[in-house]
Ligand binder design. Sequence first.
Ligand SMILES: [Zn+2]
Length: 177
Amino acid sequence: MPKFVRDTLLEKLWKRVAVNPEANACWLWTGSTDGHGYGQIASEIQFGSPVKTHRASWELAYGEPIPPGMFVCHKCDTPACVRPSHLFVGTAADNMNDCSKKGRVRKKLTAADACEIRGASGTHRDIATRFSVTKSTVTSIKAGRIWKYAEAMVAASALEWPRLSEHNRRKRDRPEG
Ligand SMILES: [Zn+2]
């Protein structure tokens, strides 16, 4: 994401988010939403189609593009929430299971879980049982097909917006060179 796009998006996003100072509280987007409750920003950025705020938030917070074909899901089941620590990248199946309240039985993995699974020894079936996930999830994590960025996400988990925008502001006020 080019720097000017990043700064513009960050500003647009920040203006309409109700940041709740309580630990682990959702940060709700207060601007326009799509039919499913997801926040959106009208944008020139993505060929004129609106940018989904939770996706933008994830990319801005973690500094990585969302891997192709992957979805940004909510741990908190609140579509309007854009708090980076409430978001995770998942597969289409995760998106179906974790982004909807319907029929969810599997445990929701965190990036930390994914790291543990990646490092766990034993058969995939045993590991699956230990973490209450399916065997295919374990296989996919071990193969790096999903949760590719789990380690980076854990490392970046302290990085949230206020700090990021503070950082950007300082950079703008004091240009390099
Ligand atoms: Zn939330």
